[in-house]
Write a protein that binds this ligand. Structure first.
Ligand code: GLV
Ligand code: MN
Ligand code: MN
Length: 471
C-alpha cells in the first residue's frame, strides 16, 4: 500500500493556534522563539547527539562507552539550559529535575534512553529526551517552571537496547528497583562486567548502592515517554502522534551449540558434529514456529489452540546475532552462539513458545549429537499503559495535533508497541503513559530512521501542553 502523504500545514498558523489553545496569547516574537526551541533547536540537537558515536562510520553508543559518556555530558548541558538541576547516578543515568512549587509532591518523571543499537538512527531514545527538554525550556522562558504544581524530572537512561550486556533496561530497571544485583557481574564480550564498565568511568557501584538507586513509589506520580513509533501505522493514517495502549512482553535467549571442531576437507560428512548446520536448523525452526504457532503448540488440544490464537498477530521471533568459533572458511566450527528475541502481547503464549522451542532445541541437538545450552538473558512481561495518565497525555497530544490536520481528526490512534521501552521497567514503579511519533516508513534501528521536523515539533508541543496542565 502506498504510504499516505504527510499532511501539509501552514506552520506559523499551526503554532499560533496551538499557543492560543495552551496559553493566553503571546507576542509573535515569542511564538517564533518557541518554535525555534521546539522544532529548530530540537531537530538540531537530535542531529548533534546523533554524531556522538563510538564509530566514525555509523552511530553506535552502548552502555558506558566513551561516546555514551560524551552524550550524557551533552544531555546534561541541555538539561541545565532548560533550568534543571542535574546529576548522574551510579548506573550512568543522567537526571535533570525542577522541584516546582511543591518539592514534597509526587514527581512526574519523563524519560527515554541515550544508548543506541549498532548502526542506529538518531531518533530512537533521543527524541524522548530532547522533546522533554525543549518543552521544559519553553516553560522556563515563559517563567513558568517555578509554577509547576509538582516536581518534574527528566531521565536519560543509560541502557535500554541491551546491546553490550544483552540484558536491557539497565538504566530504568535500577530506578524501578527491578534490576537484580547480580547484573553487576554480567560481562560483555571482552570480559568487562557492568560494574567494571562503570568503574572505568569513575563510577563506583556496589550491590548495596544498586538497591539504593530505586525510587520510592510514594515519591513518584507517573512516568511519561515520547518515542518514535518504529512501525507504519501513524504514517498510514496520516497523523504525527498516537497513544500507546500497551507494550509487548519480550524474552531474550542466548543459545550455545557445541560440536566437534575439525578440518573442512578431511572429516567425512557422516562423521561430523557440526554446530553451524545444527544452528541453521534451529534458526529455521524458530522462524516456522513463530510463523505458525498453531502447528507447533497443538499437542494438548483446546488450550494450545487458544494460546496460538492469542499469539496471532503479535508473536515475532528474531535471531539477530550469531558468532562461531573459530570462524574460518576451512574449519568446521567447534561452537556457535546465537541470540533469540521473542515478543508477544500474551505472556503465557510467549512462555509456551519458549517451552516448545527449548524442547525442540534439545531434540535436534540430541539427533545431531550436539551439546546445547539455553540461557535466559532477559524477560519483561507485557505492560498496559495507565488509562488515566494516557488520557491526559492524549488530550495534550490532541491539542497539539488538531491544528495540524485540515479535517480535524476525531481522535488520535491508540497503538500497541512491539518494541521494548523504558516504560516497561518503569511500570514496576509507577503508572506509565507513552506517546508515539510518526517515523518514515516505520523504519527504526537503522540509519534510515527519520522523523519530520514538524513531527518533532508536534511531539514537543504535546509535552508542552501536558506540562502546562501541571502549572
Ligand atoms: C528496543 O528497541 C527493543 O525493542 O529491542
Ligand atoms: Mn531501540
Ligand atoms: Mn528506543
Amino acid at each position: 500500500m502506498a504510504p499516505i502523504p504527510h499532511l501539509s500545514v501552514s506552520i506559523p498558523s499551526l503554532f499560533l493556534l496551538l499557543l492560543a489553545a495552551c496559553t493566553n496569547g503571546f507576542s509573535e516574537e515569542k511564538n517564533l522563539l518557541h518554535s525555534e526551541i521546539l522544532k529548530d533547536e530540537a531537530v538540531a540537537r537530535l542531529f548533534e547527539l546523533g554524531k556522538v558515536s563510538d564509530s566514525k562510520d555509523f552511530l553506535e553508543r552502548t552502555f558506558q562507552s566513551a561516546a555514551s559518556v560524551r552524550a550524557g555530558n551533552l544531555i546534561r548541558r541541555w538539561m541545565e539550559d532548560a533550568g534543571l538541576q542535574t546529576w548522574v547516578d551510579q548506573m550512568g543515568n543522567v537526571h535533570g529535575r525542577h522541584e516546582g512549587l511543591n518539592p514534597r509532591e509526587k514527581a512526574l518523571l519523563i524519560g527515554s534512553h541515550l544508548d543506541t543499537v549498532i548502526d542506529a538512527g538518531v531518533f530512537d531514545g533521543a527524541l524522548g529526551i530532547i522533546t522533554a527538554l525543549s518543552a521544559l525550556k519553553v516553560l522556563k522562558i515563559r517563567g513558568m517552571l517555578g509554577n509547576l504544581k509538582r516536581p518534574v524530572e527528566v531521565i536519560a537512561f543509560s541502557d535500554e537496547e541491551g546491546v553490550r550486556f544483552q540484558s536491557t533496561f539497565l538504566g530504568s530497571a535500577v530506578i524501578a528497583g527491578v534490576l537484580p544485583v547480580s547484573t553487576l557481574h554480567v560481562h560483555d564480550k571482552s570480559g568487562v562486567t557492568v560494574q567494571g564498565a562503570l568503574r572505568r568511568n569513575a563510577i563506583d557501584i556496589s550491590e548495596e548502592n544498586l538497591l539504593q538507586l530505586k525510587y520510592d513509589p510514594e515519591s513518584v506520580y507517573g512516568y511519561v515517554e515520547v518515542h518514535i513509533e518504529q512501525g507504519p501505522v501513524l504514517e498510514n493514517v496520516g497523523l504525527p502522534l498516537g497513544l500507546v495502549k500497551g507494550i509487548a512482553g519480550q524474552t531474550r535467549l542466548k543459545v550455545t551449540v557445541k560440536g566437534t571442531q575439525g578440518h573442512a576437507g578431511t572429516v567425512p560428512m557422516k562423521m561430523r558434529r557440526d554446530p553451524m548446520a545444527g544452528s541453521a536448523e534451529l534458526i529455521v525452526l524458530l522462524e516456522s514456529l513463530c510463523n505458525e504457532p498453531e502447528s507447533y503448540l497443538s499437542y494438548d488440544g483446546q488450550c494450545a489452540a487458544s494460546t496460538a490464537q492469542s499469539l496471532a498477530g503479535s508473536l515475532v521471533c528474531t535471531v539477530g546475532e550469531i558468532s562461531t568459533w573459530p570462524s574460518a572458511s576451512n574449519v568446521i566450527p567447534g561452537q556457535v552462539t546465537f541470540t533469540v528475541d521473542i515478543r508477544a502481547m500474551d505472556d503465557l503464549g510467549r512462555e509456551a513458545v519458549i517451552y516448545e522451542f527449548s524442547n525442540r532445541i534439545h531434540q535436534i541437538c540430541d539427533k545431531r549429537s550436539l551439546l546445547c545450552l539455553i540461557e535466559r538473558k532477559h524477560d519483561a512481561d507485557a505492560v498496559a499503559c495507565d488509562p488515566e495518565l494516557s488520557s491526559m497525555l492524549k488530550s495534550a497530544a490532541y491539542a497539539a495535533v488538531r491544528p495540524l490536520s485540515g479535517d480535524e481528526p476525531d481522535d488520535l490512534p491508540v497503538l500497541m508497541s512491539g518494541a521494548g521501552h523504558d516504560a516497561m521497567a518503569m511500570s514496576h514503579l509507577t503508572k506509565v503513559a507513552m506517546l508515539f511519533v510518526r517515523c518514515r516508513g516505520g523504519v527504526s534501528h537503522s540509519p534510515a530512521e527519520h522523523v519530520l521536523d514538524d513531527d518533532v515539533w508536534a511531539a514537543g508541543m504535546a509535552l508542552l501542553a501536558f506540562l502546562s496542565s501541571l502549572v
